[in-house]
Design a protein around this ligand. Structure first.
Ligand code: BMA
Length: 310
C-alpha cells in the first residue's frame, strides 16, 4: 500500500532556487510560523562543508529562498571550535513560544549536536552544545514530560551501533536519564542503522516518530523511512514499530545524486485535516515533499509491528 503520496511537483527545492552558490539542497527541518511554512535546509558549499539556508512558503510546496544563509559555522568561542567543518541536518521544534533548532555540528573532534533558538526567523541565537561527539539526529518533543524536556537521539558505539535513545533535561542544556529504546533489526530494511527523523508528532494514539533506516547492499547503503509510535505519557515506551518502510528511493532524483539511493527526513508538518506533509532530502541533492494520512501511519505501527529492540 502506498502510504506516502509524492507531490507531483517534486523536487520542490534545488540548488537552482538558491540565490547564493551551493552544490546541494537537502535534509531540511520544516515548521509553521504564522501563515507561512519555514524550511531550514542544508546545503553543501563547493568546499564540501555544509551551511543552513532559509526558505518560506504559503502552501508548503512552493518555497522562496532568502538572499543569505541563515546559519553558517560560527566564528565565536566554543561553537567555532565544534562547527568548523559545517552545520547539518536541522530539526525544528516549537515549544514554550520559541522555535528550537537542533543541528549536527562537525569538526575535527567529530559530530555533536548544537541547539539554537529563534522566535522570529530573522535572528538566531545558539544556546548550547547538547551532546558530546558521535551523536547525530537529535529531535526534541514539542511538550515536556513531568516538567522535563525530552529528546530522541542517536549515539553510536561498536557495542550499540546506530540505535535510538531517549534523554531528558530540566533546562535544555543538561541531559540525562538516558535509555536505549529502539534498535535496528537483522536482515530487515533498517538492519544497519536507524535514527530519529522528524520531531515526533502528537496523535490521539501516541507520539508518531518518523525515522530513517539503512540497509547495506553491494552497491552502498539504501536510506528509507519508517514509523514508530511512542506512549503519550511515557515516550520511552514504544507501542509499535511499523515492520514495513513508508518511503524508499524510487524517483530518479532519489536514486541518483550526491549520495545515491537516499530519502532522509528532518521534518514533517501535521495539518488540521489529519494529514501530514512529509519532507525529505533526496540523494543528498534536492528537497522533496509528500503527504500521508496520520491514521494510516499510526495503523502501520499498531497492526503490522516489529519488535522495537530487534
Ligand atoms: C547520514 C547523514 C545524512 C545523510 C545520509 C546519506 O549519515 O550524513 O546527513 O543524508 O547519511 O548520505
Amino acid at each position: 500500500m502506498t502510504l506516502v503520496r509524492r507531490y507531483k511537483g517534486n523536487p520542490i527545492l534545488t540548488k537552482e532556487d538558491v540565490p547564493y552558490e551551493v552544490a546541494t539542497v537537502h535534509n531540511a527541518g520544516v515548521t509553521k510560523f504564522g501563515n507561512e511554512y519555514i524550511m531550514l535546509f542544508r546545503s553543501h558549499k563547493h568546499n564540501g562543508r555544509s551551511i543552513l539556508g532559509l526558505a518560506r512558503s504559503k502552501d508548503g510546496f512552493h518555497f522562496t529562498v532568502e538572499d543569505r544563509p541563515f546559519m553558517e559555522p560560527s566564528n565565536e568561542g566554543e561553537f567555532a571550535e565544534y562547527e568548523a567543518y559545517g552545520v547539518e541536518d536541522p530539526r525544528i521544534t516549537f515549544i514554550d513560544g520559541e522555535y528550537l533548532i537542533t543541528y549536527s555540528a562537525y569538526s575535527k573532534h567529530g559530530v555533536r549536536i548544537g541547539l539554537a533558538k529563534t522566535k522570529n526567523w530573522e535572528t538566531v541565537e545558539r544556546t548550547a552544545l547538547i551532546t558530546e561527539a558521535d551523536y547525530r539526529n537529535v529531535v526534541l518533543f514539542p511538550e515536556k514530560f513531568d516538567g522535563l524536556y525530552a529528546r530522541l537521539d542517536r549515539p553510536h558505539s561498536e557495542i550499540s551501533p546506530w540505535s535510538v535513545w531517549i534523554s531528558y533535561s530540566p533546562d535544555l542544556c543538561y541531559w540525562g536519564d538516558s535509555k536505549l529504546i529502539m534498535k535496528p533489526v537483522t536482515y530487515h530494511w533498517d538492519e544497519m542503522k536507524i535514527g530519529p527523523g522528524a520531531p515526533p508528532i502528537k496523535t490521539e494514539r501516541g507520539w508518531l516518530n518518523i525515522y530513517h533506516g539503512v540497509f547495506p547492499t553491494m552497491d552502498g547503503s539504501v536510506y528509507r523511512l519508517g514509523v514508530a509510535l511512542h506512549d503519550l505519557k511515557d515516550p520511552s515506551k514504544i507501542i509499535g514499530v511499523g515492520d514495513d518502510w513508508i518511503l524508499q528511493p524510487e524517483d530518479p532524483w532519489e536514486i541518483s545524486g550526491y549520495v545515491h539511493n537516499v530519502v532522509f527526513t528532518c521534518g514533517a508538518v501535521p495539518e488540521d485535516d489529519g494529514t501530514v506533509k512529509l519532507y525529505w532530502g533526496a540523494a543528498d541533492t534536492v528537497m522533496c515533499a509528500g503527504t500521508a494520512k496520520i491514521d494510516d501511519l499510526v495503523n502501520l505501527c499498531l497492526n503490522n509491528a516489529r519488535d522495537p529492540m530487534g
